[in-house]
Design a protein around this ligand. Structure first.
Ligand code: PRT
Length: 297
């Protein structure tokens, strides 16, 4: 098939973002062949080709127009943009936050360090794989420190006497704890994002719009719930006021029950146990809360 009529997406082949990226495509109704060793895959039911690559190469592929769009962590895009002299990287646009791969790039020091603030790092050595982001962060705050570049196992640098602090990605914090370190500054909050370049033709723009519509539908569904309940007619206004974020619920008659109606509503905010208790206290019964799989407004 003509490549001009297809969209090309780069996702991580193996690693922390790989499974979530594939699942996201599946949930958008896009069927990919499942082989783990494949480097390129044509979607079966959407004009989309998927390249499986290392996450650190995704900005370069998108900037070089080898791929039109990509899924990666904000930390990786920012790091590439700061470190590289390739001006094409600056034309990459982050178009959607995807909500997985959440982490923070943080500075950590040994537990024994009585940390008082950033000035403690003045003149010290900080081990990191994120030289660019870290030096920009320190520079903006007037801290001059030596950055010791390491590509992995950054956490052991203080124990080896190579640095007094580290700057690395943290999600649960257990790696820091195991290595006797404590998080003292958050340099960057990161999560997975969808990025694009500026060379899509009109067909590809339309395909990207369709993909984004599906992604938005999934995100909208994630934050909403479908709630069904029975309610005495004279309590309807009170019940509607309690339903979180629901503007116009559907009201249905119940056969053989003249004083009761069924209320169905899509609620914006989480429906918590205390909301359900409020509803019950105001006369609602048979309260059922259901997850929503997809939504198109
Ligand atoms: O090989 P490739 O280039 O594809 O990827 P990679 O090996 O560089 O990346 P990978 O799979 O390790 O991470 C991919 C992306 O996941 C990162 O760029 C981040 O955007 C995101 N991410 C989310 C993380 C973490 N959480 C994370 N915790 N990346 C790395 N870590 C590491 C961190 O470096 C540290 O070693 O996990 C350890 C800390 O974890 P906790 O849970 O103990 O705090």
């Amino acid at each position: 098939m003509n490549n001009e009529l297809r969209l090309i997406l780069a996702i991580q082949k193996n690693g922390r973002l790989a499974d979530d990226s594939r699942v996201l495509l599946e949930r958008c109704g896009i069927d990919l062949l499942k082989s783990k060793d494949q480097l390129v895959c044509k979607a079966q039911n959407f004009p989309l080709d998927v390249y499986f690559v290392r996450v650190n190469d995704i900005p370069t592929f998108v900037a070089a127009k080898v791929c039109h769009i990509g899924i990666l962590g904000q930390n990786v895009l920012l790091d590439k943009q700061i470190n590289s002299s390739n001006s094409q990287l600056d034309s990459i646009e982050a178009i959607m936050k995807l909500g997985f791969g959440r982490c923070r790039l943080s500075i950590a020091v040994p537990n024994s360090h009585d940390y008082q603030g950033l000035s403690d790092l003045q003149g010290k050595r900080i081990a990191s794989s994120y030289r660019g982001i870290l030096s920009q962060y320190l520079g903006k705050r007037g801290v001059s420190a030596e950055i010791v570049s390491m590509q992995g196992a950054v956490e052991i640098a203080p124990r080896m006497g190579m640095a007094e602090a580290i700057c690395d990605l943290v999600s649960t914090g257990s790696t820091l704890a195991v290595n006797g370190l404590k998080e003292v500054e958050i340099v960057l909050e990161s999560q997975s994002i969808l990025i694009r370049n500026d060379t899509l033709n009109s067909v590809q723009e339309e395909l990207l719009d369709r993909l984004m519509l599906r992604l938005n539908g999934l995100q909208a569904a994630k934050t909403r719930k479908y709630i069904m309940l029975h309610c005495p007619i004279n309590k309807l206004e009170a019940i509607k006021a309690i339903l979180p974020g629901s503007e116009s619920p559907t009201i249905l008659a119940l056969q053989g029950l003249e004083n009761l109606v069924a209320v169905h509503a899509v609620c914006d905010e989480g429906v918590f146990w205390n909301t359900m208790e409020d509803l019950k206290a105001n006369g609602a019964s048979s309260i059922t809360v259901l997850p929503i799989e997809k939504m198109l407004d």
